[in-house]
Structures are given as structure tokens and as C-alpha cells.
Design a protein around this ligand. Structure first.
Ligand code: NAD
Length: 359
């Protein structure tokens, strides 16, 4: 497909192709929408097989960031950057600094962060060239590990989903099968255990499973058996694409609500969940706590305010479930609708106050 056709398709504002001859950096920065604020989204480093593959990824990811920020009620737009290369082989401090200089040329329209292939330590080099970076240790406003806030948001999202599907948000007798005992999974189990939920846990790392079992009395499950656990809530907190043709047949839950990104392998799997009567908490809505935490770095608030905002995920999800029920659409589509509505209203408001905008 023609490059401009691709850019027009999801209404991206700006796509910047960057090349630095000295370091060999080839990257793309995509700014999807800045109606609500500067476009925030991480930089991913990946050995894409072609420029088109990299472009497709950065366009898709930046659009997703717009929706995530909009539904979370943040004054942020959506953006993303991809560096074409193998992070284990090609990543150098010079290359990261060159990326930072390109981010700087955008004057704050795009704010970056870490993502797949780019860690907190890499961001320190980017930060040497631009202040439009979040998630760095040496910054005076650095917000640190976002996972406790992410997990707190997921916990509140599970409660909202239980109200909708089970009629109560009392988790004391609710069974939750958690996939992944990493950062988000561990803190989620801590929250769930505090309410007396019955937890099943799996991870490919046995030590992590053991910790959740001994700290919270969870029942261990083999990684591949987690889909077969009969439970109220299945909470994916490890990998993407776990809702697919293979797992859909096996799920024995009433709700899918977890912290992992990109849980649906394809949109049609969201339709299939709906058809099976399984309530799906759209991933980018329920896991927005991490973004809320990072946003605190920009506007200057601390963890307690971030947690308070993450508690709002409860009400947001209920609104999405209402839209889905009223319009007879799956919840993942209702979430997109809510995001687009917020952006459209902000655009209309700007159009009706053009002078105030300029002032
Ligand atoms: P993590 O790396 O700390 O934890 C992931 C865990 O999943 C690891 O313990 C890993 O061993 C386990 N795992 C991998 N493959 C597995 C498998 N097949 N079965 C069971 N367990 C498996 O990562 P995290 O920060 O906890 O993030 C988890 C998910 O949440 C990711 O999808 C991430 O993109 C998403 N997310 C995280 C945050 C955050 O604040 N950390 C925010 C938003 C979204």
C-alpha cells in the first residue's frame, strides 16, 4: 500500500523517517493524534524484515496509544517510535543519542519511553539529547517501576467486571486464574489476596510461582494448563495474543481481565469472547495504570495520585460495558468508541474556541 494511504487510513498527523549516517540509525517516529496533548509512547527496537513492516507496526502502536490515553482521561496524545535493528547486536550509546536528537527536533510533540528492546538504562542516553523522555532514573521527576500502579488498576478493573458479570465486586469468594507472576502478576495477586480471592497462578519461572504461592496462598498451575482452570476470572499478565483460536475453546471463565498488552490475537477473537458470553475487559483500558503513572512524571504528581487515578479504571470499564450493552457491540469496540468520542469532543471544543487556543 502507498505510504500516504497508510498514513491517511488511521488519520496519523505526522510520520518522521529518520536516518543518521554516522551511527547507522534507521527509525520511524509516528505521531498519531495530539488533540488531547503531546503524543506519548515508547521506542521499540526490533529487527523488522522490511521498512513496510516497521511502518505498519509504528502506525498501529501509535494509534493504540492515542486510544489508551484518551480512555484513561489523560491530557496526552498517541505516538510511538521504532528503531530498525537487533537490540542485542546493533544498540549502542551513539545510536541511542542519535535517536534522542531526532526526538528533540519534534519540540515536545512526541515524548518517548522504554519499550521492547529498549530499557531504562538505554533511555539515559536518549535523555542526554532531549528532555522529552519519561521513565528515567536520573530525572528528578522519574516515576520508577509502574507495575504496582498497573496492577492496582487491573485489580479495580477486575472488581468492575465482577459487578457487571457476577453482580458484586466483593472478591472474597471469587476465583482468579493469573497467567504470569512477574511484576504486574505479583502485585495483582497481592491486591486480590487482600480481598480474599482464590488465586491460581502459573509462570514459566518456577521461583516466581513459588513466591506467589508462599506469599498469598495461591494454587500453582502448569503454564499450559492455566486456560483450562475453571474460574470466574482469567487474568492474562504475561504474553500477548493469548486469546486465540486454540485457547478460546478451552477457557472456562466468565471474565477475561488482566494486565497483558494485545491479549486478542485478532479482533475477531474479541467477537468470539462476546459470542461465548465471556466478558472481556479491553486490555488497553484495564492496564492503563502504567501510563497513568508515567503521566505523573510530566504533570508532577506522585504515586498516591496515580493510584487514585488508576482507581478510575473501575468507572471507565463500567461505562464501556454500558456502551457495549446499549449498542450490542463487543466491549473492545465500545472502548474504541469511547476514545474516539473524547477526541472528537476535544476537537469540537478547540474549533469553537480558536482564539483562546491561539492565546
Ligand atoms: P514481567 O516480565 O515482569 O512478567 C511477565 C511474566 O510472565 C514473567 O514472570 C515470565 O516468566 C512470565 N511468562 C512468560 N511466558 C509465560 C508463559 N507462557 N506462561 C506463563 N508465564 C509466562 O512483565 P510485566 O511488567 O509484569 O508485564 C506483564 C504484561 O503486562 C506484559 O504484557 C506487559 O506488556 C503488560 N503491561 C505491563 C505494564 C507494567 O507496568 N509493567 C503496564 C502495562 C502493560
Amino acid at each position: 500500500m502507498d505510504v500516504f494511504d497508510q498514513i491517511h487510513e488511521a488519520h496519523h498527523e505526522q510520520v518522521v523517517f529518520c536516518h543518521d549516517a554516522e551511527t547507522g540509525l534507521d527509525s520511524i517516529i509516528a505521531i498519531h493524534d495530539t488533540t488531547l496533548g503531546p503524543a506519548l509512547g515508547g521506542t521499540r527496537m526490533w529487527p523488522y524484515r522490511s521498512t513496510h513492516e516497521a511502518l505498519r507496526d509504528v502506525l498501529r502502536l501509535s494509534e493504540g496509544m492515542t486510544y489508551k490515553a484518551a480512555v484513561a482521561g489523560l491530557e496526552l496524545g498517541g505516538g510511538k517510535a521504532v528503531i530498525i535493528g537487533d537490540s542485542k547486536r546493533d544498540k549502542t550509546p551513539e545510536l541511542l543519542r542519535a535517536h534522542g536528537r531526532f526526538v528533540e527536533t519534534l519540540g515536545g510533540r512526541y515524548i518517548t519511553a522504554e519499550d521492547v528492546g529498549i530499557g531504562v538504562e538505554d533511555m539515559e542516553y536518549v535523555y542526554e539529547e532531549t528532555k522529552h523522555v519519561t521513565g528515567i532514573r536520573s530525572s528528578p521527576h522519574g516515576s520508577g517501576d509502574p507495575s504496582p500502579v498497573t496492577a492496582y488498576g487491573v485489580y479495580n478493573g477486575i472488581k468492575a467486571s465482577c459487578v457487571k458479570k457476577l453482580g458484586s465486586d466483593d472478591l472474597s469468594d471469587v476465583s482468579v486464574a493469573v497467567q504470569g507472576a512477574g511484576h504486574v502478576g505479583y502485585y495483582l495477586c497481592e491486591n486480590l489476596a487482600g480481598d480474599g480471592a482464590r488465586i491460581s497462578i502459573c509462570d514459566i519461572d518456577e521461583e516466581r510461582v513459588h513466591k506467589v504461592v508462599s506469599d498469598f496462598g495461591a494454587a500453582p498451575v502448569e503454564p499450559d494448563e492455566i486456560y483450562d482452570v475453571e474460574c470466574d476470572v482469567f487474568a492474562p499478565c504475561a504474553l500477548g495474543a493469548v486469546i486465540n483460536d486454540g485457547t478460546l475453546r478451552r477457557l472456562r471463565c466468565q471474565i477475561v481481565a488482566g494486565g497483558a498488552n494485545n491479549q486478542l490475537e485478532e479482533d475477531r477473537h474479541g467477537d468470539a469472547l462476546d459470542a461465548k458470553g465471556i466478558l472481556y475487559a479491553p486490555d488497553y483500558v484495564i492496564n492503563a495504570g502504567g501510563l497513568i503513572n508515567v503521566y505523573g512524571e510530566i504533570v508532577g504528581y506522585g504515586i498516591e495520585t496515580a493510584k487514585e487515578k488508576a482507581r478510575g479504571i473501575y468507572e471507565t470499564l463500567l461505562s464501556i460495558y454500558d456502551i457495549a450493552a446499549e449498542e450490542g457491540i463487543p466491549t473492545y469496540r465500545a472502548a474504541d468508541r469511547l476514545a474516539r468520542d473524547r477526541i472528537r469532543k476535544a476537537k469540537e471544543q478547540k474549533a469553537s474556541h480558536p482564539v483562546a487556543e491561539r492565546a
